[in-house]
Every structure is written in structure tokens, then in C-alpha cells.
Unconditional design. Structure first.
Length: 493
């Protein structure tokens, strides 16, 4: 099959009314006679600079806590919405005392570090670059700065990967760079490490390098659990396309890299043989035993009904399985094979919506996926508005619960509204992505003549397994007025 698709980059100011309106701040939409590439400020470089600048603004937003909120006053860090786990866990997880994660037992209720191994390594490396003498407050401030610098690198990597994943749509990376929730939550915890590795894995898949993609997804899973979910959408898409060799390579790379990171910490040996190290297993046992917590739909139900929902693990698991079954049916019944980024967004969003806890920084998991799945500014900003409201809501609620009889902050009813806004905003974006899958002519990526620019070996490949009416549909990318028709495969007999 030959493609009539043009190779010039898609200009968002000519496709997106919100982008066109926003461009007025810097001179208006790009014109027909502009000389693209005539200077050194390529789209990727511009996006990286914007991402670093917005990340720095997020650091400035933490100044009230850096200058005292983390150390003085019971609720100051909540009132100023500048809380971060990083300085607190420097002492709380033994890094200030030189304890080795997973091997040394910690004083207090949390006996071992409750983070996956690669995140623990990241935290430990940052502690090596932090002075081991001086006032503990100064050391915690430096530890946060060191981590912020390392996380800024991760943010730049994410911006580059998103900008390069869709070859003709580099400017979609601005969705990540300018996402307000991204800046507000970037230095709360260490999630950006896993997000950067996941974004790099998706970039490698888009370049038809499944083994390298698998290695990066495995490393991301060694830093945070959620990236392993991406293997599910790849299974469904490779099944529909019959691309089993590519799927085998990505799984092999993921398993191998995860084992390389985890085995040295996972297994201990004594006279009786090999045993699973308790410190390594802490992340998994903590996740399993953790009760329902902030931000989840289960907390909302529990607070409204008074039911502690002791079986929340079971409920969440059942909903996750049912949701994944729905995504599988969507994949095989869709008139066109869904794009990888679309299914990746849906499965991670499903995990977030059904999970027992929703920490504010979990929005970072979805930002690059949303930018690739639905690169439309209006929908992206609607979702971001809900996330910013939740970000403010949780800190004001903690200020309320921590202020004693004064009750200064957001009462439980207000916090429940913030949870509902987060859930509804995420569901809205999921609904738009599902609509794009069922009605590919509404997909802004395919409207420009592409099939699946993040799909790698799947891009414009023929289907092997489809169900329902999709079997009889014409196998070409959706046509609309002004765009070339692109044939990308037929069902094999």
C-alpha cells in the first residue's frame, strides 16, 4: 500500500481553535509563508525550554514550604498547597542516617522503604549528593533541591519523548510542557522517574524497536507499578494485527530489565537457602494492606455512607477486570484498530479510577498519555481544570483536619466535591477517547491522514482478528474533506 500522507509537521494553530487563540500572546497563528526550520529553535527545543521553565515555576510555588512550611506549623504546608514527601522522607526513611534501603530496618512503624527498587535507588543517589553534616533542616532543603534537579531532567525527557513520538505532531509536546497539574505536582514525590521511562518506552515502540521499548517499560515498572499495564494494550493491538513476534520482544525486554533491577535486592541467601527479602517485598505488601485513602472513589463512598469498605481490594480488582474486558471488546470491535496511545491512556486511567488511593502526583502518569491520546487543547484543559481543583482541595482538606477545633480549610463535603470533580474530569477525557475510537473521523490524529504514529510496527499494518461489523468495514484511514485518503491494510483471510 502506498501512502499519500504529506510529511510536513501538523501546525496546531491551524487545527485547534484554542491553540490559535493562545498563539495571539506570541504573535498569532503561524502563516503559510513562514520558513519552518530556518533557525535553531526547533519545536522540540522550544518545548524542552518551556517544560523546564514551567517546572521551575512549580518549584517557586513550593517556596513557602521550603522557607519554613515543611518544618514549622502543623498546617502551613497545606494552607500554601506546597507539600512534598521528599524532605520528610529524607529523615523518615533513614537517608539522613545513612541507612541502606531494603536492607536496613527503619525505626518507627514503617520498617522498610515502601517504594519499588529503582525509585529507592533514585532516592539513595540523591542522598549521596546531600551533605551528611549540618543542621537537619538545611540537609532536607538540599535533598529536595537535589531531587528537584534530577526530576527536572526527567521532565525534559518526557517533553522530548512526547514531542518525538508522533513524528508529524511535535507541538503536541506543549500539552505536557504547559500542563498546570504537571508543574504543581512534579516535586511532590518521585513519580516522574517512572513517567520518563514510560514515555521513552513508548517512543521506542513508535520507532519499531520493541526490544528497547520493553527494556524501558520494565525499568519503569521497577520504579512504579503502573507502567506494566501498557503490556495489556500492546497484547490486544498485536493480537488484532497478528504482530506476535514484536509483542514477544517487548515482553522479553520488560521481564529481563525488571529482573536485572530487582533480583539483587529481592533474593537473600542464608544457610537454609534462598528467601524473598522482606525489605524488597514491603512495597507490594504495603500496597495490598493499605486501606482506602485520599482521592479515591472508595473514600468518597465511605465518607458518604459511613461504611469502611473493608473489601475495597476485592471491589477494585473486580472493577479493574471488568474495565479491561471492556477495553478488549472495544479493541476488537472498533471500526479501526485503536491507536496505542489511546488504549494506554484508557487502561492507566481505569487503574487510577478504581484504585484505593489517588495521590495528587498520580496525574503525572496520565499527562503524556493524554497528550498523545487526545491532542486537543480544549479537552486537555477541561481535564486539567478538574485536576487542579483536586490538587487544591486535598491540601485545604488536610488543613481543615489538622487545625483542630479551628477547622480552617475545606470541610469533608467540600473535599468530596473535589474528589468528584477529579473523577468526572478523568471520565470525561476517557469518554472523548472512546468516542474517537468508535468514530475515527473525530480523532484529530487520524483526521490529518495518519493511522497510528505511536504504533510502530502496528502503524498502517493489516488486521488479522476483528469482531462484529468492523470485519466488513473498509480498511483505510478515515477520510475527511481536505485530507488525503490513506489505505493501511485489509483483513487477511
Amino acid at each position: 500500500m502506498t501512502s499519500l500522507r504529506q510529511d510536513e509537521p501538523v501546525r496546531p494553530t491551524q487545527r485547534d481553535e484554542v491553540a490559535a487563540a493562545g498563539s495571539e500572546l506570541i504573535g498569532g497563528p503561524i502563516g503559510r509563508r513562514v520558513l519552518l526550520g530556518a533557525n535553531r529553535m526547533t519545536p522540540v527545543r522550544v518545548i524542552v525550554l518551556v517544560a523546564i521553565g514551567v517546572f521551575a515555576l512549580g518549584m517557586v510555588q513550593k517556596l513557602p514550604c521550603y522557607n519554613g512550611g515543611w518544618f514549622f506549623g502543623a498546617t502551613s504546608q497545606y494552607v500554601h498547597a506546597c507539600y512534598s514527601d521528599i524532605p520528610h522522607l529524607y529523615t523518615g526513611r533513614g537517608f539522613a542516617d545513612g541507612l541502606i534501603p531494603y536492607f536496613d530496618r527503619l525505626p518507627g512503624d514503617m520498617q522498610y522503604l515502601e517504594y519499588p527498587v529503582l525509585t529507592g535507588v533514585f532516592m539513595e543517589v540523591a542522598s549521596w549528593m546531600t551533605p551528611h553534616s549540618g543542621a537537619i533542616q538545611d540537609r532536607e532543603q538540599i535533598y529536595w533541591l537535589v531531587n528537584a534537579g534530577m526530576l527536572m531532567v526527567c521532565a525534559a525527557v518526557i517533553a522530548v519523548c512526547v514531542a518525538r513520538t508522533h513524528r508529524r505532531r511535535p507541538w503536541d509536546g506543549l500539552l505536557v510542557a504547559l500542563a498546570p497539574a504537571f508543574a504543581l505536582t512534579a516535586t511532590i514525590n518521585w513519580d516522574l522517574l517512572a513517567v520518563a521511562l514510560t514515555a521513552a518506552g513508548m517512543l521506542m515502540w513508535s520507532r519499531s524497536r520493541p526490544l528497547a521499548s520493553g527494556v524501558l517499560i520494565g525499568l519503569a515498572t521497577a520504579a512504579k507499578l503502573y507502567p506494566v499495564l501498557l503490556l495489556g494494550p500492546l497484547l490486544l493491538l498485536c493480537w488484532r494485527a497478528g504482530a506476535w513476534r514484536a509483542y514477544g520482544r517487548v515482553v522479553t525486554g520488560a521481564v529481563a530489565s525488571w529482573l536485572v533491577v530487582n533480583l539483587p535486592v529481592m533474593i537473600m541467601h542464608d544457610a537454609s537457602g534462598f528467601h524473598i527479602r522482606e525489605g524488597w517485598a514491603k512495597f507490594y505488601t504495603f500496597s495490598q494492606e493499605r486501606p482506602i485513602d485520599f482521592g479515591s472513589v472508595w473514600l468518597l463512598i465511605s465518607q458518604r455512607t459511613g461504611d469502611p469498605l473493608e473489601n475495597a481490594n476485592l471491589y477494585a480488582t473486580v472493577l479493574m477486570i471488568l474495565g479491561c474486558g471492556g477495553i478488549a471488546l472495544l479493541t476488537f470491535y472498533a471500526p479501526r484498530r485503536p491507536r496505542f496511545a489511546q488504549l494506554a491512556f484508557l487502561v492507566v486511567a481505569l487503574f487510577i479510577l478504581t484504585n484505593k488511593v489517588y495521590s495528587p502526583q498520580y496525574v503525572l502518569w496520565l499527562v503524556p498519555l493524554a497528550a498523545l491520546a487526545r491532542p486537543r487543547w480544549r479537552d486537555f484543559l477541561i481535564w486539567q481544570a478538574g485536576e487542579v481543583m483536586y490538587f487544591l482541595g486535598i491540601w485545604m482538606y488536610l488543613a481543615y483536619t489538622g487545625s483542630g477545633d479551628k477547622h480552617q480549610g475545606l470541610p469533608p463535603e467540600g473535599y468530596q466535591l473535589a474528589i468528584a470533580l477529579h473523577l468526572l474530569a478523568t471520565l470525561y477525557l476517557c469518554a472523548v477517547v472512546v468516542r474517537d475510537i468508535l468514530m475515527p473521523e473525530r480523532d484529530v490524529v487520524r483526521r490529518d491522514g495518519d493511522d497510528d504514529p505511536s504504533g510502530g510496527v502496528l502503524d498502517r499494518s493489516p488486521d488479522v482478528v476483528v469482531l462484529g461489523r468492523a470485519y466488513h468495514a473498509p480498511r483505510h484511514a478515515v477520510h475527511f474533506e481536505g485530507a488525503p485518503r490513506v489505505r493501511w491494510g485489509v483483513v487477511r483471510d
